[in-house]
Design a protein around this ligand. Structure first.
Ligand code: PGA
Length: 247
């Protein structure tokens, strides 16, 4: 299973900044073939990124999508629109979508279903908040999020990737320990085997939350960490290239 190193730029980098970023970044990673490299820019930067990534070894992803095909959904973006821009992956259920924009597990399930029906590969984000962690509820929270998100999709677990992102570790400079990540990732894989006994093991479990160039290698050395989802440290092309090549 090839590892996946993904950048989540969030609401950062305009189209012209995306162009400068890629001019610097693409030469730095052009020889990387033993892992998949993914960039998830904001919607307005997808077009310029698509043009610049053509023929490169870097793939394009989006940070969100809507589940309906088209119609009166002001402000939303459909999966077909994203596919036409060369988007291959989409992040679904990021904690900022859940906690700032009120996305529920049920909504996330609808988005995942639409992605699987249309062949866009979702990266489903799950993770506990600090008070849940302190109450010893990490595994229970992750299990509930996964079971609802995957309801009706039990046979398709090989068509998605999952990012374990503890909410308290996102953007705080306070990452989980590699051992904590490994523990939850192993739990998620066991759970996937219960949900889909036929699964072939193509679901990569990424870790996200304050990954930086100095800790990326430690996470990647864990047996069940199959990739990374990187926010702040992906905004600088040198720092993200360092992470991509750091193990
Ligand atoms: P961070 O964000 O690397 O800035 O902690 C990760 C994410 O939210 O995906």
């Amino acid at each position: 299973m090839i590892k996946l190193i993904s950048a989540n730029w969030k609401m950062n980098l305009t189209p012209s900044q995306t162009e400068s970023y890629l001019e610097r970044f693409l030469p730095l990673v052009k020889d990387v073939t033993d892992r998949e490299v993914l960039l998830c820019p904001p919607f307005p930067s997808l077009c310029v990124a698509q043009r610049m990534l053509e023929g490169s070894n870097v793939r394009l992803g989006a940070q969100n999508c809507f589940y309906e095909k088209k119609g009166a959904f002001t402000g939303e973006v459909s999966i077909d629109m994203l596919k036409e821009l060369g988007v291959f992956y989409v992040i679904v259920g990021h904690s900022e979508r859940r906690w700032i924009f009120g996305e529920s597990d049920e909504l996330i399930n609808k988005k995942l279903t639409a992605c699987i029906e249309t062949g866009l590969r979702p990266i489903l984000c799950v993770g506990e908040r600090i008070e849940e962690r302190e109450a010893g509820l990490t595994l229970k929270v992750v299990e509930t999020q996964l079971r609802i998100a995957l309801s009706g999709l039990e046979a398709y677990t090989d068509s998605i990737d999952i990012a374990y992102e503890p909410v308290w570790a996102i953007g705080t400079g306070n990452p989980a320990t590699p051992e904590d990540a490994q523990f939850v990732h192993a739990f998620i894989k066991d759970l996937l085997s219960q949900i889909n006994p036929e699964r072939k093991g193509n679901t990569r479990i990424l870790y996200g939350g304050s990954v930086n160039p100095s800790n990326a290698g430690q996470f990647m050395s864990m047996g069940d960490v199959d990739g990374l989802l990187v926010g702040s440290s992906s905004l600088d092309p040198d720092s993200f290239a360092h992470i991509v090549k750091s193990f």
